[in-house]
Design a protein around this ligand. Sequence first.
Ligand code: FES
Length: 579
Amino acid sequence: MTKKTYQELRSARWFAPDDVRSFGHRSRVMQLGYGPQDWEGKPVIAILNTWSDIGTCHGHFKQRVEDVKRGVLQAGGFPLELPALSLSESLVKPTTMLYRNMLAMDVEELLRSHPIDGAVLMGGCDKTTPGLVLGALSAGVPFIYMPAGPMLRGNVKGKILGSGSDTWKYWDERRAGKINATQWLEVEGGIARSHGHCMTMGTASTMTGIAEAIGLTLPGASSIPAVDSNHIRMATECGRRAVSMVWEDLTPAKMLSRASFENAITVAMAMGCSTNAIIHLVAMSRRAGEHCAVGLDDFDAASRRVPVIANIRPSGDTYLMEDFYYAGGMLGMMSVLKDHLKLDALTVTGKPLGENLVGAEVYNHDVIRPLDNPIYAEGALAVLRGNLAPDGCVIKPSACAPQYLQHTGPALVFDDYPSMKAAVDDENLDVTADHIMILRNAGPQGGPGMPEWGMLPIPLKLVKQGVKDMLRISDARMSGTSYGACILHVAPEAYIGGPLALVKTGDLITVDVPARSIHLEVSDDELALRRAAWTAPPKRFERGYGWMSARHIQQADTGCDFDFLETSFGAPIGEPDIY
Ligand code: FES
């Protein structure tokens, strides 16, 4: 492998020339206390840190960034921490998804505009992984992803609690009067008890696992719990490796191929992944270039081929990410999946995936199941199409009651979240377990930002009857920790006039998951009349980022990226050369 020389580094353009501009760069870096020993002959490694006082899942990043810096210094690099947009899933309204592309733009421009040769990306909470990766892919410099790691299992009075999943479960119990306010508060205090991201197989664990499967993390990195000392050593190794990647010129353009993203789909299916994974992975693959692009049909095909073998909640019913790590983690799981993976796909180690898996083992075959004893033989995700969703929608069959996989029922339609929320608590609501609840105008533009409203609450009347699941359809997303017969991501969305906008309460809808179809049982003539009478809802934004997002965000089936960011991948990062 030919090594880059110092003069070939991007940062040398800022620091090396004997001219007045470089005088300015050097003198102002010296103002910070650095000297030529810090930069001469050394790659500058940006450490993009999504820490903030309100970044709940990244509380350890203030310390961890020092661990990464240590690694960069050990390897002869110049570490610089740059703060990036902190997106705390549980606190940002209406949804962090609205800001995923903002983080991506933040990252791309931070890397492009500064004297940066390579990067370590520090993220983990749901949208931080795709946001960081999307931006870094477009910036094009060598980078490595440092996952935050899952938090420890939740615990209340000796009972294990899982992020999100137990929130919904205990909330339903409280609504049904089965637990009291004091018991509810005890759950509140025990469900998130250490640093790290959600420890169910929700969006965070899915996305960090996907980052590893693409080849963007050190082997095994995504499974290490945030508070494990192995996590500190992994962070330091990220710093060291980022320096080597710069000298090796291991850019994403040289590293990634369609095989990298196909591996990610395979792993996602085996994990019983969050439905959010589809949107983010599609977006990431499209940023990586046309030759890497994957789509909904690739997920559906993989779902039929790859069994769910990670017995982790919410697809599983007992174990959490801490158990997954002790059972062998992502490396162990990928060793089981070997025959389904493209082992020659290159990774940040500079080696193909297959070499990274040498020696990987599973230590608990109930947590990471063998292929011939999966928790679901197929069906982590299914893509449905029909007159209600011409561009597709998704369901997670592994997390829903089997009777809803083939079902016809009357629609119960809500145009917005507040009216739906008020109705479900009305004990006189005209609803049965056969109804199909619909929430619309909750998509990429309508939400705005496609909030995680797709697991519509079961109406109180039915909860009290013991109903635990029913069919629900929306153009929203749902949390990766959610479960139930929820059909999501309907495209095109209702807000822009997709067929979902034309449904009326009482219309019959047929869902057939084995046949991958979803059909509104209304004649084409009647639908044409309804379309002629349809008027677009009022605009959500008149100014600002929301205004820009509404004009440029694409639909769920193509990843919700901004149209103007989907430029050809691999364009040289050298735009600043002209300044
Ligand atoms: Fe951050 Fe769940 S709230 S990962």
